[in-house]
Write a protein that binds this ligand. Structure first.
Ligand code: NDP
Ligand code: 2IT
Length: 444
C-alpha cells in the first residue's frame, strides 16, 4: 500500500468529504508499515475494502412540527464493516450532519469497536435534524419518522444503533419504541435504552468514565497522580458530564465546560453540587452553559473554546476538530501534559502533530472514548441472555476493557525511546484484528 496514493484515489472518487479524508489519512499514515509487512493484504485489496463502507442508506424523513408545518430532513445509516460482528455505532442528530461526517465516524467506529475486545463491527447514522429548541412532541415525531425508514435496515444480529450528539436516552427510547412497533420483536436492537426496557446500568456514564479510566492508565505510565490536577473539559453533554463526575470523585479540579455558544471558566473548580446543576440545566431544562456563569458568578467566554485556559490535562468532549494547531500550541505552552479525547476526532492533524512532537500523553478518541460502545456491547450481551448485571459488574468490565485497550496501544505504539504513540498503537491494533477477520472470510 502507498498511503498517499490510496488517499488521493479516495479524494478523487469521493470529493467534498473532508472529514472522511482526514480520518482515513490519519489511520493509513500510521498503519502503512504494519500493512506492508503482509503482502497478501494488498492482493486482497484490503485497504480499499476497509476504507469504503459496505453500504450506505439515505432517505428523506418527513415530520410535522408543532405549528402543523410539514418538515423534511435527510436520514442516513452507514454500515461500514461487519467483519468482526454486527454493525454497531451511534446515531447523530445535528444540523451539520452530512455524509462526510458520518463516513468519518463509521470508519473510526470500525477500529474503535475492534479495540474493545467485543464482537462488534462499525456503523454510524444520523440526520441533519437539529433537536435544539424543539419540543418533546417534535422530537418524538421526528424519531418515529426517522425509524419508519431506518427499521428495515437494522436488527439485533445485523446492525445495532445507539446515541451520539443530539441523541440520548430520550431519543433512543422514542426510536426503540417505534422500531419495536415496526419490526414486531423485542430483542434489544438499539443500545442506551432506559433501564426498565433492557438498558444497561452504567451505559450513560460509560464514555466519560471510560475516558477517565484510560487517562488513569496513561498517567500510571509516568507515575502521575490525578489528585489535584487541573482539567479543562469541553462540551456539556453526555460525555462531558460523566467525565467531570468521575474526575471530581477522584479529586481532580475541573475548570471549564462548554457548549456550541461558548465556555465557562470556574477557577474554584466545578464541584459535585455545581455539576448537579449542569445535569439539570442540560438534561431537563436544555439551557445554555452561559447560565452556569450567571448563577455562580464566573467567567463566560462567548464564541470561544476553552483551550487557552491553563490546565494540566485536556479532555475534549464536544465534537470533531475542536482543537486546532493554535489551540494545541496554547495548551502545550501552558504546561498541559495529557490530552484524552472523549469526542471523536476532536484534534486536527496539525494539533495531533504538536502533541506527538511534544511527547505528551495523547490518547485518540478511538481508544479513549471506546467505553461508551463497550458498554453498548455489554448491553447487547445482557439483552441476549435476558438478564441485567449490577452496576458494579458492568463498571468492573468497563475498567477491564479500558485497561485492555491501553495495553494494546502500548504493545503496538511503543517507540524505541519508550514514548508511547497511542495514535499508532490504537490504529495498528484496531486494524490488525479487522484485517485478519476479513482475510479469513474471503473476498466479499
Ligand atoms: P451531546 O449531544 O450529549 O453533547 C454534545 C456537546 O457538545 C454539547 O455540549 C454541544 O453543545 C457540544 N457541541 C456539539 N456540536 C458542537 C459544535 N459543532 N461545536 C461546539 N460544540 C458542539 O453529545 P455526546 O456528549 O454524546 O457526544 C460528544 C462527543 O463524544 C461527540 O464527538 C461524540 O461523537 C462522542 N462520543 C459519544 C459517545 C456516546 O456514547 N454518547 C461515545 C463516544 C464518543 P450544544 O448543546 O450547544 O450543541
Ligand atoms: O462514537 C461512539 O462510540 C458512540 N457514539 C457510541 C456508539 C454505541 O454504539 O454505543
Amino acid at each position: 500500500m502507498n498511503a498517499q496514493k490510496v488517499i488521493s484515489d479516495l479524494k478523487r472518487r469521493f470529493p467534498n468529504e473532508p472529514e472522511y479524508h482526514q480520518a482515513v489519512a490519519e489511520v493509513l499514515s500510521t498503519i502503512e508499515e504494519a500493512y506492508n509487512e503482509h503482502p497478501e493484504f494488498d492482493r486482497y485489496n484490503l485497504i480499499e475494502r476497509l476504507c469504503i463502507p459496505d453500504r450506505i442508506f439515505s432517505f428523506r424523513v418527513t415530520w410535522v412540527d408543532d405549528k402543523g408545518q410539514v418538515q423534511t430532513n435527510m436520514g442516513y445509516r452507514i454500515q461500514h464493516n461487519n467483519a468482526i460482528g454486527p454493525y454497531k455505532g451511534g446515531i447523530r442528530f445535528h444540523s451539520s450532519v452530512n455524509l462526510s461526517i458520518l463516513k468519518f465516524l463509521a470508519f473510526e467506529q470500525t477500529f474503535k469497536n475492534s479495540l474493545t475486545t467485543l464482537p462488534m463491527g462499525g456503523g454510524k447514522g444520523g440526520s441533519d435534524f437539529s433537536p435544539r429548541g424543539k419540543s418533546d412532541g417534535e422530537i418524538m415525531r421526528f424519531c418515529q419518522a426517522f425509524v419508519a425508514e431506518l427499521w428495515r435496515h437494522i436488527g439485533p444480529q445485523t446492525d445495532v444503533p445507539a446515541g451520539d450528539i443530539g441523541v440520548g436516552g430520550r431519543e433512543v427510547g422514542y426510536m426503540y419504541g417505534m422500531y419495536k412497533k415496526m419490526a414486531r420483536e423485542n430483542t434489544g436492537t438499539f443500545t442506551g435504552k432506559g433501564l426498565e426496557f433492557g438498558g444497561s446500568l452504567i451505559r450513560p456514564e460509560a464514555t466519560g468514565y471510560g475516558n477517565v479510566y484510560f487517562l488513569l492508565e496513561m498517567l500510571k505510565t509516568r507515575n502521575i497522580d490525578i489528585k489535584g490536577k487541573v482539567v479543562a473539559v469541553s462540551g456539556a453533554g453526555n460525555v462531558a458530564q460523566y467525565t467531570v463526575e468521575k474526575l471530581i470523585s477522584l479529586g481532580a479540579k475541573v475548570i471549564t465546560m462548554s457548549d456550541s455558544d461558548g465556555y465557562i471558566y470556574d477557577p474554584d473548580g466545578i464541584d459535585a453540587e455545581k455539576l448537579a446543576y449542569i445535569f439539570e440545566l442540560k438534561n431537563i431544562y436544555r439551557g445554555r452553559i452561559r447560565e452556569y456563569a450567571e448563577k455562580y458568578g464566573c467567567k463566560y467566554v462567548a464564541g470561544a473554546r476553552p483551550w487557552n485556559e491553563k490546565c494540566d490535562i485536556a479532555m475534549p468532549s464536544a465534537t470533531q476538530n475542536e482543537i486546532d494547531g493554535d489551540d494545541a500550541r496554547a495548551l502545550l505552552a501552558n504546561g498541559c501534559f495529557a490530552v484524552s479525547e472523549g469526542a471523536n476526532m476532536p484534534s486536527t492533524p496539525e494539533a495531533i502533530e504538536e502533541f506527538l512532537k511534544a511527547k505528551i500523553l495523547y490518547a485518540p478518541g478511538k481508544a479513549a472514548n471506546a467505553g461508551g460502545v463497550s458498554v453498548s456491547g455489554l448491553e447487547m450481551t445482557q439483552n441476549s441472555i435476558k438478564l441485567s448485571w449490577t452496576k458494579e459488574e458492568v463498571d468492573a468490565r468497563l475498567k477491564q476493557i479500558m485497561f485492555d485497550i491501553h495495553t494494546q496501544c502500548v504493545k503496538y505504539g511503543k517507540q524505541p525511546d519508550g514514548y508511547v504513540n497511542y495514535v499508532k498503537g490504537a490504529n495498528v491494533a484496531g486494524f490488525m484484528k479487522v484485517a485478519k477477520a476479513m482475510m479469513a472470510q474471503g473476498i466479499l
